[in-house]
Design a protein around this ligand. Structure first.
Ligand SMILES: [Zn+2]
Length: 135
């Protein structure tokens, strides 16, 4: 499944980043997903949850932002939204020599690391449980 390999690659990259900065957890990951990248956001969200299990990303939320596909005509430089299925014939001059400008991206745009302060506070609260009185 395409989405699973994408999810695993994302988790792998974030894990490496987490290791190098000593992060204790990940709150959320934001992804730019091109409309022509062939990824179904719902399927990706499902695979992401599976891929996160047992890693530093466990419980992290995934936000995906869809990037529309656009193309530029090689002849008249007109730029248009290619849509789905992609329309690669220039609507202005009818030439088929189009270059895709965007729409194939699949990249991590933001990672929100779990708040270290919040973790410390939570641990602190847990320590302050009532101590049984000696009788
Ligand atoms: Zn054109």
């Amino acid at each position: 499944m395409h989405e699973m390999s994408v999810a695993l690659a994302v988790v792998d990259q974030v894990e490496q980043a987490a290791r190098s900065r000593g992060a204790v957890g990940v709150e959320s990951v934001s992804l730019d997903v091109g409309e022509l990248a062939g990824v179904v956001p719902d399927a990706l969200a499902f695979c992401f949850e599976l891929a996160c299990a047992g890693t530093v990303l466990e419980g992290a939320e995934l936000f995906t932002r869809s990037v529309p596909g656009t193309a530029r005509c090689g002849t008249c430089a007109d730029v248009w939204d290619v849509g789905m299925p992609p329309q690669l014939i220039c609507p202005a001059c009818g030439n088929a020599a189009a270059d895709l400008v965007s729409g194939r991206e699949l990249r991590i745009s933001e990672v929100r690391w779990a708040d270290v302060e919040a973790e410390a506070d939570a641990a602190h609260v847990r320590i302050r449980e009532p101590i049984p009185q000696e009788s």
